[in-house]
Design a binder for this molecule. Structure first.
Ligand SMILES: Nc1ncnc2c1ncn2[C@@H]1O[C@H](COP(=O)(O)OP(=O)(O)OP(=O)(O)O)[C@@H](O)[C@H]1O
Ligand SMILES: [Mg+2]
Length: 343
């Protein structure tokens, strides 16, 4: 049974005045999120990502369709049962949403106070959580005395206080610089691996997806237009929306004017080289060409790391007699695709 299941979920916001029209924020979305995975939802502003999250934790009622958590249709639960379900779901936010007048420890303790956890148990849990997020030294500090990354780590500790099995992160790193983002993503990875928590990451940053997500769904105008393993979607995006996102982190092949400019600058025939297997590398390709005595140079592309797997996409210009080039390319070996770049 999936941890989260969405079946034909639609959310329509009714207009406040008669001059406005209704907004379909989420449009017939069906998705399964498996227990223990890191699942990312990506899409442009207004695509419906935050609304989707609010439907998953029951903060918004669905207009139609079903949201199930562990097989329980939360979209049909009465208020009290819904609140009990929501205790199994943690949430972190872009702006951290910490209470300024409370210390770090008291912020983390807050959800436990709300449900009436006895004091001794609460304090032990808070100490354990602050240890886990690496902020034991900051227990008595106030949020404004912390950096953005530290504040988000407090947010994560607080979200974990009630031992949720599902953590929803809505743009949790969007307010952070790249280095701090990496730190927070590392922590989310540990939450997933060490605590077995299912993590749903909402983001418009592809780097975030590449670093942490097992699978990704791409949203566009309320619909999920594409989903699959991060590697699949990154190396072979099917929809224009996914292609535009992927291009921000994974190099695409040069085309149009860019390709024309490269041809003007480099002599020889152009070849596209791609590899995704462990063991394949640009060094092996270049080595084979060099050993065959073919003159070549790299004109475009590079090698990316997607969720720990290699993906290389290179364009080279090759000069030499046709047979020598063919023989050299034939020696490159398995796991590498080579095709001549069309004109
Ligand atoms: N409470 C609401 N009332 C009316 N319309 C809403 C409400 N919440 C969201 N919307 C509309 O629903 C659509 C989706 O909004 P949503 O916030 O889910 O997008 P998003 O993908 O999270 O965008 P962003 O990346 O900017 O956070 C938008 O057109 C938005 O204006
Ligand atoms: Mg949003």
């Amino acid at each position: 049974m999936p941890h989260v299941r969405l079946d034909e979920v639609t959310k329509v916001f009714r207009p406040r005045s008669r001059r406005d029209s209704p907004v379909t924020a989420v449009d017939r979305v069906s998705l399964d999120i498996e227990r223990g995975e890191v699942f990312a939802v990506i899409g442009y502003s207004g695509a419906g990502k935050s609304t989707l999250v609010r439907l998953i934790n029951g903060l918004e009622p669905v207009t139609s369709g079903v949201v199930e958590i562990d097989g329980v249709p939360i979209s049909a639960l009465p208020a009290r049962a819904l609140r009990r379900q929501q205790q199994g779901i943690g949430m972190i936010f872009q702006r951290f949403h910490l209470l300024r007048s409370r210390t770090v420890a008291k912020n983390v303790a807050y959800p436990l106070e709300v449900v009436g956890t006895p004091r001794a148990e609460r304090e032990a849990r808070v100490a354990e959580l602050l240890e886990f997020v690496g902020l034991a030294q900051k227990a008595a500090a106030y949020p404004e005395q912390l950096s953005g990354g530290q504040q988000q780590r407090v947010g994560i500790a607080r979200a974990l206080a009630a031992k949720p099995s599902l953590l929803l992160a809505d743009e949790a790193t969007s307010a952070l610089d790249p280095e701090t983002t990496a730190e927070v993503l590392d922590l989310l990875g540990r939450v997933n691996r060490e605590l077995g928590v299912t993590v749903v990451v909402i983001t418009h940053e592809m780097e975030v997806v590449a670093q942490v997500a097992d699978r990704v769904a791409v949203m566009d105008a309320g619909r999920v237009v594409e989903h699959g393993s991060t590697y699949e979607v990154f190396t072979a995006p099917q929809t224009p929306t996914a292609q535009r996102f992927v291009r921000t982190v994974v190099r695409a092949l040069p085309e149009g004017e860019e390709l024309a400019a490269l041809r003007a600058a480099h002599e020889g025939r152009f070849f596209t080289i791609s590899f995704s297997d462990a063991g394949a590398s640009e060094a092996r390709v270049f080595g084979a060409l060099a050993r065959a005595g073919v003159d070549f140079n790299l004109v475009h592309g590079g090698v990316d790391d997607i969720r720990g797997r290699v993906y290389g996409l290179l364009t080279i210009a090759v000069r030499g007699p046709e047979e020598a080039v063919a023989a050299a390319l034939a020696q490159v070996g398995p796991g590498v695709q080579i095709t001549e770049t069309g004109r």
